[in-house]
Design a protein around this ligand. Structure first.
Ligand code: GLU
Length: 283
């Protein structure tokens, strides 16, 4: 058998029920894999034990099967690979591209709010050695942030850092995309209560699972820039990316879990068939 040249995935977080937007992403990726004669993987992004529930995972699998999707087993569950992420975090730390950030979310938001209108807000940056020593001596909690600037230094510049976009970014971006440092920023890669963040786990997993094509919503286009940078620093392959436009509600806003948008389960209970929903979504 020839090795699969097209491997894609759908990677939901079991923090709630799936809604139409998830169905669109899952169907887009699944159909692309089928058309390419490739592989479709499912990944459960459950690193946040506070917010994720096994019952939601079970329900998600049921919803996806109802939609008519099938996927390879075993399904990769991020909570079972925390050691891999810790190793990657360690590699980043040793490359000197992480710093401890002692500022709380509230402090950062306050700084942003205080910045004079039109002026660039003061965003987190590497603390001075004195500030860091003081924070550690006081036992203050901290997060590990990626320093985009130091990553650039470690890589000898951002030139050549690019990815291929086969879908479209929010501003119609298509084709070869050069890395934009401003899109990602100094994201948090680990917190005291959470040893790994979304970006790091995704990059490690996409490589571990041999994902060649990442197909997902345009809301993650900026995240792709962060993830591209992490791939470069960690020396991991870069998949092809295909971002798809987000579904809009009748009022023009996007669907989101917090909006209590109608879930796939609600839709099914209303008596809508999977075929009808697929047709509504263009499949
Ligand atoms: N787990 C992410 C989400 O539910 C998706 C991650 C990805 O596709 O890279 O939004």
């Amino acid at each position: 058998m020839l090795p699969a040249l097209f491997v894609t995935r759908f990677a939901p977080s079991p923090t709630g029920r799936l809604h139409r937007g998830h169905a669109l992403s899952a169907l887009t990726a699944w159909q692309a894999a089928r058309r390419a004669g490739g592989r479709f993987l499912l990944r459960i992004e459950d690193i946040d034990a506070q917010r994720c529930r096994p019952a939601f995972e079970t329900a998600m699998l049921e919803d996806l099967a109802w939609l008519g999707l099938d996927w390879e087993t075993p399904v990769r569950r991020q909570s079972e690979h925390l050691d891999d992420y810790a190793l990657a975090l360690d590699r980043l730390r040793r490359r000197g591209v992480l710093y401890r950030c002692f500022r709380t979310r509230r402090e950062i938001l306050e700084d942003i709010g205080r910045a004079p209108h039109g002026a660039a807000p003061v965003l987190p940056s590497r603390p001075s050695p004195e500030e860091e020593a003081l924070g550690l001596a006081e036992g203050r909690p901290f997060a590990w942030r990626l320093s985009v600037q130091d990553a650039g230094l470690a890589l000898g510049g951002f030139e050549g850092l690019a990815f291929l976009e086969t879908g479209s970014g929010p501003d119609g971006e298509w084709g070869l995309q050069t890395f934009r440092p401003s899109l990602g920023g100094d994201v948090i890669l680990a917190r005291k209560d959470l040893g790994v963040s979304y970006h790091l786990a995704v990059v490690v997993d996409d490589a571990a699972q041999g994902v060649t094509h990442v197909i997902r919503g345009q809301d993650l286009f900026a995240a792709t820039h962060t993830q591209r940078l992490l791939q470069a620093v960690l020396n991991l392959p870069t998949p092809v990316y295909g971002h798809h436009p987000l579904l809009l509600r009748a009022d023009g806003k996007r669907f989101a879990k917090r909006d209590s948008a109608e879930t796939l389960d609600d839709i099914r209970r209303r008596g809508v068939t999977a075929a009808a929903l697929r047709a509504e979504l263009g499949f």
